[in-house]
Write a protein that binds this ligand. Sequence first.
Ligand SMILES: Cc1ncc(C[n+]2csc(CCOP(=O)(O)OP(=O)(O)O)c2C)c(N)n1
Ligand SMILES: [Mg+2]
Length: 373
Amino acid sequence: MSITFGRFSNQPAEFGKFGFQKLNWHAVIIAPNLKSISAIVPALRRGVEMPYEELNKESLLWMYETMVTIRRFEEQSRREADAGKLRGMHSSIGQEAVPTGICAHLNEKDYVLGTHRSHHHCIAKGLDINEMMAELLGKSTGTGKGKGGTMHIADINKGMLGANGVVGSNIPVATGVALTAKVKGTDQVSVVFFGDGASSQGVLHESMNLAGIWKLPVIFVCENNRYAEATPFEYSVAGGSVANRADGYGIPGVTIDGQSALDVFEVSKEAVSRARMGEGPTLIEAQTYRYQGHFGADDPLGYRSKEEQEYYMSRDCILMLQKHILDGAYANETQLAAIDMKCIEAVNTATEFANNSPFPDPKELITDVYVTY
Ligand SMILES: Cc1ncc(C[n+]2csc(CCOP(=O)(O)OP(=O)(O)O)c2C)c(N)n1
Ligand SMILES: [Mg+2]
């Protein structure tokens, strides 16, 4: 692992250490003669008080199922967008490991705040994908009764305080949420995801300063996917590192390989533990890559090379986790195929649910504008 706590770390994440070989992804999706999927797939959903402690069969398979669900959900979301049913869909394909490895340590009482690109955060935090897909399509059965859409998915009961279309604006909110937990004396943790573009917003620095002096239970997670729209990370982020910026605020800054669910799991375990114990915030810079364009209408090859894309896609986070599971005999190909099938079926069900749901009644246009919790 490429981890540095509390010191400068301007080295890129160490790539290829698992001796990754490309597996045939599609080969395992088609499960041969499966009689009963539920007989093969173990119960993977966590209870409220049961975040995962260790990398073992249970946590690895939960991460695998979560990441495959995200990918299938995003592929379907894109199909729905291409069919004109929603607009401005920011795909998280390629970045599945980051929220999954972190949310493995959270329970429903912990909080997550997301960005414009947040479907993966929501799924990793345990939101209902039927309601999510309905929200994307603007239907009344959605998480926000169809009034928020793809960039404003929230479910307070699951601790998902919201995706957010205003870049960087979730960071001070997460800091305030952490302050609330501290003042109330709960052991809740607040996790905020943001991009490399958002990392240069002033609010991150103000938030890290307050969180540092007050030792707030907040984890700042930068998903460095190397681009803010078409602007490369190297062009816009001075110093070449987001994690290094934590040094100025006396908090640990960590650069990790965001394509490795294992690395994300291990590092965030320590960060969550620090936050729960009252030891304060952590800044995690997870190096990752978005496979698709910024929001679907742009061609990424206009600002990045095919070779670069192929390099990052050769380190696909799902295939890397799949290899680890198979090599360690935590599950065999048939069992993983059963999970793949389960995810596809769940997304199909969500799509059907969303498409068959009604749009909100026009009379409800100005209800739910402000909600008191
Ligand atoms: C305050 C603000 N400025 C600009 C925008 C337009 N905008 C939307 S996404 C985006 C790029 C964000 O890049 P990054 O933070 O790296 O996140 P990514 O899209 O890579 O996930 C910009 C500039 C916005 N939504 N809000
Ligand atoms: Mg980015």
